[in-house]
Design a protein around this ligand. Structure first.
Ligand code: SF4
Ligand code: SF4
Length: 104
């Protein structure tokens, strides 16, 4: 279970570094984010939700039926769009109202 960070998209804001509860993301010599210890990522998705430029992907491995697909998220004000891209490149979107999803 792990994420991948696209350095070409990263704008070096540091939000993912600050939010990761395991302190697993750092900056490299070019001030771009990278995951230091991918094997320790437990997939909480906090970093995906914080990234303002969708530079972070979360891989959907075979053990959860992903077979090499991935997902990423995009903020739209009170909504969060979750994009799931399957291994055969089909894209699905799940739109979540953040106010409702956080109302326990
Ligand atoms: S998914 Fe969670 S644990 Fe993994 S790197 Fe992102 S914030 Fe850290
Ligand atoms: S949150 Fe996104 S843009 Fe900001 S440092 Fe992390 S990967 Fe780069």
């Amino acid at each position: 279970m792990s994420i991948q960070i696209d350095k070409n998209k990263c704008i070096s804001c540091g939000k993912c570094c600050d939010i990761c509860p395991g302190n697993l993301i750092d900056k490299d010599d070019e001030n771009k984010a990278f995951i230091r210890l991918p094997e320790e990522c437990w997939g909480c998705t906090a970093c995906l939700k914080e990234c303002p430029v969708e530079a972070i992907k979360y891989y959907l491995a075979a053990d959860i039926g992903g077979k090499g697909g991935y997902m990423y998220s995009k903020n739209h004000g009170e909504y969060m769009d979750w994009y799931i891209v399957s291994a055969d490149h089909k894209k699905y979107c799940i739109k979540i109202n953040k106010k409702v999803s956080n109302a326990y």
